[in-house]
Design a protein around this ligand. Structure first.
Ligand code: NAD
Ligand code: ISE
Length: 330
């Protein structure tokens, strides 16, 4: 059976998802798209034979659409996911699920009321081979009891409209989700530590250090540096009671010569996580379990909100999650 997918938002990652769904994911086709930038929607949708609609709800209500992928700006996600739930259609929403914990919780509640697991959130690291290896070691008790975690998340440069807050809500939110998933624990507090800013960061607080604490006392230290200049790097190391497990940039094309060794780095997330995005889409189209749920999206947004409070005040900020509604897929 072919899953007919409608895509809302055909910008940077939306266009890539359209291409992946149309050309690389088996059992999927893109039947409808919408973007407020109509020329962009036509440019992306026409080559794959998708109908180009005039509004997001036209995509959601289109009888030729079985499932919806949302890749619009984050502040529109909650409303668009709620509309998909109202139509009873499965939805894969790019991160974040919402920009406030309050609106993310509404999605969790609406899905629970619906009684079916319809929402996936695009935290693609859960599909990355390296992250999955780290998870397997942790789940198998391979390093004893996890005690602390170091994370590095660097982008070569951020667009001019990127803010210090977005370094937390757009970038660190991936580490928030990855840490929750890897450690199997909720994060209960966040502290953003002031760091000397790079003179090349265009006035942003960049880099930033975030300290997250889990309910069980594991401390996660995250460096987000969105203007590091040299390339894209995502690394982590979990330190356990009997060993450590780490994730490095996949080693490809390393050159050793003349007494030295060089290794190319990915330019950005497109290259580094290309296979993870593809695996995420294939798993979603196949209807396989796994991937981040609405609850995961809510928890990540609640922690990101705590990071924003800490950024504003300089103080440690606690996270108080609501009780999961009955029937909410965890
Ligand atoms: P983008 O700005 O390139 O694309 C967003 C698109 O949404 C634009 O084409 C814009 O015209 C369109 N848009 C604006 N208002 C709209 C509306 N009301 N309805 C439909 N479309 C609308 O941004 P992007 O980098 O593609 O990011 C989109 C989302 O994907 C964000 O939530 C971002 O955080 C997420 N993202 C995730 C990853 C990842 O690694 N998982 C990477 C990049 C972006
Ligand atoms: C971007 O939105 C992403 O989600 C990328 O994965 C991340 O590395 C980048 O920092 C974000 O801006």
């Amino acid at each position: 059976m072919t899953v007919k997918v409608g895509v809302i938002g055909t910008g940077s990652i939306g266009a890539e998802h359209v291409r992946r769904l149309a050309q690389q994911v088996s059992g999927a086709e893109v039947t409808a798209v919408f973007d407020v930038d109509r020329e962009r929607a036509i440019e992306v949708g026409a080559p794959v034979g998708a109908a180009v609609h005039f509004a997001a709800h036209d995509v959601i209500d289109d009888p030729a659409v079985d499932a919806v992928l949302i890749a619009s700006p984050g502040d529109l996600h909650a409303e668009q996911v709620l509309a998909c739930l109202a139509a009873g259609k499965p939805v894969l929403c790019e991160k974040p699920l919402a920009t406030t914990a309050e609106s993310a919780l509404k999605v969790v509640e609406a899905e629970a009321a619906h009684g079916r697991s319809l929402v996936r959130v695009g935290f693609m690291r859960r599909h990355d081979f390296g992250y999955r290896q780290v998870k397997a070691v942790l789940d198998g008790g391979g390093i004893g009891e996890p005690l602390l975690m170091h994370c590095v998340h660097r982008n070569a440069s951020a667009p001019s409209w990127f803010t210090s807050e977005m370094s937390l809500t757009d970038s660190v939110v991936h580490e928030i989700d990855a840490a929750r998933w890897l450690l199997g624990a909720e994060i209960v507090a966040a502290t953003v530590v002031a760091v000397k800013s790079s003179p090349l960061a265009g006035g942003l607080r960049d880099p930033q250090i975030v300290i997250l604490e889990t309910a069980g006392g594991v401390v996660i230290e995250v460096e987000s540096f969105v203007n590091c200049q040299y390339g894209y790097e995502v690394r982590c190391e979990v330190v356990g009671s009997t060993g450590t497990v780490s994730l490095d940039t996949p080693s490809t094309g390393a050159v050793t010569r003349s007494g030295g060794r060089t290794q190319p780095l990915p330019d950005d997330w497109r290259t580094r996580f290309g296979q993870a995005y593809l695996d995420e889409l294939q798993a979603w189209v196949d209807g396989r379990p796994g991937g981040a749920t609405a609850w995961d999206g809510y928890a990540a947004t609640a922690v990101a909100e705590a990071c924003l409070r800490s950024l504003a005040t300089g103080a440690r900020s606690t996270v108080a999650l609501a009780d999961a509604p009955t029937g909410s897929p965890q």
